[in-house]
Ligand binder design. Structure first.
Ligand SMILES: [Mg+2]
Length: 511
């Protein structure tokens, strides 16, 4: 069946008539890839023009079981806090690992956890795990400019850091409820130091590598995705802050499968860089070092694994493992132009913002929470439609109210004139009716908004949005990530020549 009716056929002499293949050979109409598995574009990206695809490892190639990882991190944090003199009873606290989301701001002085909108205004907040009232938020954060870049505040921008909020918020609440005096800023420092210690003394690495099944969500499509990119002639590299032995353990688990054409996970990658020290790597960096082969496995007591590398001279080569380095050295030693590189990461600051600001690399952000966001979007279609309806009705109600208020103002004030008196009473009654209708509308708007947000996340609502706008995290995603997706394997749904096109930007005057 022809797609163009005869009456619509182009008549210009130079136009070629479109003759589709008949019957079952016609392509399907619409988008056949489920929404959650798509790659979304903020900025046009033509995959055919990309020669090198680089990957971060943790939370990018390696997707962790968030609850298991957070439970582990919180346990290790609490053990160390107790050693520092915090009460033993913290061990028995119920820590809710569902409490935090990415993009939150911790107010260390107040013990508060805040979600900001794109204008860096506090939209939601908790003192520990207790919801702050609008009055408290107004008093603390809306009267003066929020100095979010100062030492008082701390951004939670990675999934690794969610456990810091889980620990901090619960302990703030527990100590407050128990009437124990404490310094919220010192508590935050102690929480962070404790979790850092657990990483540096090897506790986290040891536990994860001994129980890979428990902590990693192995993506069966990952090997095929990397193979597809390689088959199209692209070169792949890993650029991770994790040390070599940990990288090796994780990547073997993720990529090595029996019967694969790739005998070792390293065969997928042309360049491997561990202990990279991002975001420093995108700036001054450190000298490139090459890891020496045939090394004994570590005891995880020395994560930095000193003395097992040698300096690199000349170009970086396939089959070797490197540490450190910098962006400028990387591009120089490989002789590649930054605009030919696509870097895939999960850390909006360390991976995406730095590479976007310091280089011409194209950027792809992995947002594993997109699973939940897309599900919630689907489940809240009606709530959003109602919220929009109320939003658009509000100015009409306000116009009506202003009309009657103006009418009242313009009415002659003659107490003797009975007609005027009656008219005045009539208008006043109408004003009251309008005010009541407006209050009811606003109450419903608040109720619908809360209901809507709870479907996304019980405490903070959508990750990427706040009310009708973007959250501060959503705004960073929009600004710095050329494309974004839930998993690296979402790329497998597209040909390696795909042109990812961004939607049109619209300003209010165009809508
Ligand atoms: Mg990462």
């Amino acid at each position: 069946m022809s797609r163009i009716a005869d009456s619509e056929a182009p008549t210009a002499p130079n136009l070629q008539l479109y003759l589709p293949l008949p019957g079952h050979l016609e392509p399907p109409k619409g988008h056949s890839i489920p929404r959650k598995d798509r790659v979304f574009a903020n900025r046009n990206l033509h995959l055919a023009e990309i020669d090198w695809v680089g990957f971060d490892m943790d939370y990018t190639l390696a997707i962790y079981e968030q609850h298991a990882m957070d439970t582990l991190s919180v346990r290790l944090t609490v053990e160390r806090l107790i050693k520092r003199g915090y009460p033993e009873r913290l061990k028995n606290l119920a820590f809710d690992t569902n409490f935090p989301i990415r993009g939150l701001l911790v107010d260390k002085d107040q013990g508060n956890i805040l979600k900001l909108d794109r204008h860096k205004q506090v939209a939601k907040g908790f003192h520990g795990t207790r919801l702050l009232s609008q009055e408290e938020i107004d008093t603390l954060y809306h009267k003066n400019k929020l100095l979010y870049q100062t030492d008082r505040y701390h951004w939670i921008d990675t999934l690794f850091a969610l456990c810091e909020v889980t620990s901090y918020a619960s302990i703030v609440t527990a100590l407050t409820d128990a009437g124990i005096e404490f310094d919220p800023r010192q508590l935050f420092v102690d929480v962070r130091t404790s979790i850092d210690e657990a990483h540096h003394d090897g506790s986290v690495y040891r536990e994860v590598t001994q129980n890979l099944d428990r902590y990693l969500d192995r993506d069966p499509l990952l090997p095929a995705t990397l193979h597809k990119l390689r088959s199209s002639g692209k070169k792949l590299f890993i650029l991770t802050n994790s040390p070599w032995h940990y990288t090796n353990a994780i990547m073997s688990y993720l990529l090595e499968e029996s019967g694969s054409r790739y005998p070792h996970w390293r065969n997928y990658f042309d360049i491997i860089i561990c202990s990279a020290k991002k975001p420093l790597w995108f700036g001054d960096g450190t000298p490139f070092a090459e890891r020496l082969p045939s090394l004994p496995p570590p005891d995880w007591g020395q994560v930095s694994e000193p003395g097992q590398t040698r300096e690199v001279e000349g170009p970086l080569e396939r089959g070797h493992v490197y540490e450190g380095g910098s962006l400028a050295e990387f591009e120089k030693r490989l002789g590649i132009g930054g605009h030919k590189v696509l870097y895939v990461g999960d850390h909006i600051y360390g991976d995406i913002l730095r590479s976007k600001k310091d280089s011409t690399w194209r950027t792809a952000l992995v947002i594993q929470e997109l699973d939940r966001e897309v599900e919630a979007l689907k489940a809240t279609v009606d709530l959003r439609a109602r919220r929009r309806q109320l939003y658009e009705l509000r100015p009409l109600y306000e116009d009506d109210l202003r009309y009657y208020q103006k009418l009242l103002k313009e009415l002659p004030k003659d107490p003797e004139n009975e007609h005027d008196r009656q008219k005045r009473a009539q208008i006043k009654a109408e004003i009251e009716r309008q005010k009541l209708a407006l209050a009811e509308l606003e109450a419903e708007y608040t109720k619908v908004s809360k209901e809507h947000d709870r479907v996304f996340h019980e405490y903070f609502g959508p990750l990427l949005k706040e009310m009708n706008g973007l959250s501060v995290f959503g705004q960073q995603v929009e600004t710095y990530a050329d494309i974004y997706m839930r998993r690296v394997s979402s790329l497998n749904n597209y040909p390696p020549t795909q042109f990812f096109r961004s939607p049109h930007d619209l300003l209010p005057h165009e809508i």
